[in-house]
Ligand binder design. Structure first.
Ligand code: CA
Length: 217
């Protein structure tokens, strides 16, 4: 899952990027409202974390402009503006959630997971597909009840396929979800992860759809 962090405070930005990176997200970080709009226009994000007090363009204006252009990415506002009026203004401008600084990184992670669940149209926190279950909160994967060790990228790839089970996900879409700007993608990186997932979870789980991509079967 690829996440955009829009935050001009270097300490908070670094902490959030590190925290979400440790959770296995591919994280892009920009420091002003204009760069945020440009990023959202050129990449597909699962969630945007948006500060309000930003250079170039205020967070609320940035959000309104995204929504006016029908960009439907889930937006979680992260801000020091803590009045009830601020929260209402943020949510009514099109935010999906609102978190006041200083916040706990574990709470931020849980809110991101909740937004991802809703965006994927599900309410249950654990995904299951056939005999495989995945828990995005704990990164636990089980096959017929037995725990299976996956790397962070393998987990992210499996989650990306499970979120769209039954549909084909292209290699380009998987690369976009798994890797941020600062991470070079090897030409066969996705194939290698797929190969490892099949070894750990069974050859039949992930189907190759020739010329199109992969799907969970
Ligand atoms: Ca700020």
């Amino acid at each position: 899952m690829r996440v955009l962090v829009v935050e001009d405070d270097p300490m908070i930005g670094e902490a959030v990027v590190a925290g979400l990176g440790a959770d296995g997200y591919a994280v892009d970080w920009v420091r002003d409202g204009r760069a945020a709009e440009l990023s959202v226009d050129t990449h597909t994000y699962a969630v945007v974390l948006l500060d309000l007090g930003l250079p170039m363009r205020d967070g609320i204006d940035t959000l309104k402009s995204l929504r006016a252009r029908k960009v439907d990415v889930p937006v979680l506002i992260i801000t020091a503006r803590d009045t009830v009026a601020d929260r209402i203004a943020g949510l009514d401008a099109g935010a999906d959630d609102y978190l006041v600084k200083p916040f706990d990184l574990d709470e931020l992670s849980a809110r991101v997971r909740a937004l991802l669940r809703r965006a994927a149209g599900r309410a249950e926190p654990v995904l299951s597909h056939g005999s495989v279950t995945l828990n995005p909160a704990t990164h636990e994967v089980r096959l017929e009840g037995r725990p299976i060790e996956l790397s962070a990228r393998e987990f992210a790839l499996l989650l990306a396929l499970a979120e769209r089970a039954g549909s084909v996900v292209s290699r380009a879409q998987l690369e976009e979800k798994l890797y941020g700007w600062n991470e070079p993608v090897g030409s066969n990186a996705i194939e290698v992860h797929i190969h490892n997932l099949r070894k750990k979870l069974g050859e039949a789980l992930i189907r190759n759809v020739r010329g199109l991509g992969y799907k969970l079967d």
